[in-house]
Write a protein of this length. Structure first.
Length: 533
């Protein structure tokens, strides 16, 4: 074999990534790896010494099916090679034991450039691991071989079946990725001008530490790993973490934090508007044991938060951004809050906690699949799963749900510390045409249909306050106009009330239900409904 070679069998399993086995030669060292997702979930070994180059050799790899690195062995011309372990942990056993399809490849791995000419003279694959004597016999050495007894064959078959059953039982279990410290920290260097291929020496090597200028000293009894870093971050005398947390939670209530640049509370960020209050809340937050609910209660019950958002013209001119908090907060709700508000007001919201993600309404499947043929088709949830809180809606990194994207929900390609808030025609179009909001309006309509003023009751349900006289009059006029319209367009009324997975009341009048549905939709699209005031 030459110095650069690849033999691989890859299987596309149910997990993210590819699982399988490969045998490679890198810089003269032979590696045999069996993995579900490399490098975090697999086993692998590497020869201690490089094998000779430019010479035909007999290379053998065996595996005993144990899902342990010690089960991988490498032989050169019949002699067992000394190896070091690259990885020795598989969460779930290796799927190569089970036939999941896939392909066997010479000279290339999946998404690997590979090489054009793989010099392999003779390739043999066996359905079991070979003994040392069998390996020596294959490469031409004279050894005395013994036949397996029927009893030994029966035991081997039972072991194979037991391992197969074990792997299949594990395969059905869901996996949750976690991070874990490596046995040895990765060697890290200061690179000249950040170049990844810059020369490295002992002088450029750095060790784990924190900056002495931005916080207290690192605890002497803390390990130099992520656990130790977490201890340093949450030290009572370290004000940085609590300030950032309080600033973010304050922004959730008031639209912006004490420091407007949520992503940067340092020298390059904006200075805090109320530094003393920020420090006081940060101190209380730490003393409470980092109790988020207690902090939220403290903010929500404050006189500052409970102010009316209306402002006199002179106050609005003096402080247009409300940095001094002389009036209550006023800003548009987030994408998730708007959807959850509509579902809650309509009575459709499913309050179930926890569980797997759900797939709400989405127009078509092309947006989900994009141009990547590997993306599975979008499978919309059914029943009450459609109406779970937006927290549980499925996310795809490059393709957010369209009705979320219209309200400034970001993609997951990069970290977004602070969302933007815009006001665009697309938002009104989503509220008036997206099936999720039409269904919510249609579900709310029968609940208020028999009230003395259906429009007013719907307004109160969606905005949290009764309509004033002008709003009351406009809603009555709108409901009358829509009723007259759908009386002449009964087919359109029936089509409108049929939208959504939840069926309309069986005895409902389609014309009246459609007219009141449109009225509820209009209320839902008002600033009074989708703005926090």
């Amino acid at each position: 074999m030459p110095q650069r070679a690849v033999i691989a069998h890859h299987t596309r399993g149910t997990d993210a990534g590819y699982n399988g086995w490969d045998l490679t030669i890198e810089n003269g060292h032979v590696e045999s790896r069996l993995y579900r997702v490399w490098p975090g979930n697999g086993i692998g070994v590497r020869t201690v010494r490089a094998i000779p180059a430019q010479k035909w050799q007999h290379l053998t790899v065996t595996y005993d099916g144990s899902s342990r690195a010690e089960g991988l062995k490498l032989y050169l011309d019949g002699e067992l090679l000394e190896t070091t372990i690259l990885r020795d942990e598989i969460i779930k056993s290796a799927n190569v034991l089970v036939d999941h399809g896939g392909q066997f490849v010479l000279g290339q791995r999946f998404r690997d450039r590979g090489f054009a000419h793989a010099h392999v003279d003779d390739l043999r694959i066996y359905s079991r691991d070979l003994s040392n004597d069998e390996v020596r016999h294959l490469c031409g050495q004279k050894v005395k071989l013994f036949a397996y007894s029927d009893k030994a064959r029966a035991k081997r078959e039972r072991l194979k079946q037991a391992r197969h059953a074990f792997v299949m039982a594990e395969d059905a279990m869901n996996e949750i990725p976690v991070m874990k410290e490596t046995a040895m920290p990765r060697e890290t260097h200061v690179l000249a001008r950040g170049q990844y291929d810059a020369p490295t020496t002992d002088a450029t090597r750095v060790t784990r530490a924190t900056f002495a200028s931005i916080g207290p000293a690192f605890p002497k009894d803390a390990p130099l790993d992520r656990r130790g870093l977490a201890r340093w971050v949450t030290l009572p005398e370290n004000p940085l973490t609590s300030r950032v947390a309080v600033n973010r939670l304050w922004a959730n209530f008031f639209g912006t934090g004490f420091v407007a640049t949520h992503e940067n509370l340092g020298l390059q960020g904006t200075p805090p508007t109320h530094p003393e209050l920020l420090d006081r809340l940060a101190s209380d937050f730490v003393k409470s044991g980092w109790d988020v609910k207690a902090l939220c209660k403290q903010i929500a019950l404050s006189a500052t938060y409970q102010q009316d958002s209306k402002a006199a013209p002179e106050l609005l001119a003096a402080d247009p951004e409300n940095l001094l908090h002389a009036r209550g907060p006023s800003h548009r709700l987030s994408a998730e809050q708007i959807r959850d508000m509509a579902l809650a007001a309509s009575g459709l919201l499913n309050p179930e906690r926890g569980g797997p993600p759900v797939s709400p309404y989405q127009p078509g499947g092309d947006l989900w699949r994009e141009s990547n043929s590997m993306s599975p088709a979008y499978q919309q949830s059914i029943g009450v799963a459609l109406h779970r809180r937006s927290l549980y809606s499925v996310w795809k990194r490059t393709a957010p749900l369209p009705n979320m994207l219209a309200f400034d929900a970001p993609t997951r390609e990069v970290c977004t510390v602070k969302r933007s808030r815009t006001n665009t025609p697309l938002q009104a179009l989503a509220l008036l045409n997206d099936v999720q909001f039409i269904e919510a309006a249609r579900a709310l309509a029968p609940q208020v249909a028999y009230d003395a003023c259906p429009g007013g009751s719907a307004f109160a349900a969606l905005t949290g306050r009764p309509p004033d006289a002008t709003e009351h009059e406009l809603l009555d006029t709108l409901l009358t106009e829509q009723t007259s319209h759908y009386q002449t367009q009964p087919d359109a009324a029936a089509k409108l009330v049929a939208l959504g997975d939840t069926p309309p009341p069986a005895k409902a009048n389609p014309v009246k239900l459609a007219a009141l549905t449109v009225t509820c939709q209009v209320i839902l699209s008002l600033d009074a409904a989708i703005w926090k005031r």
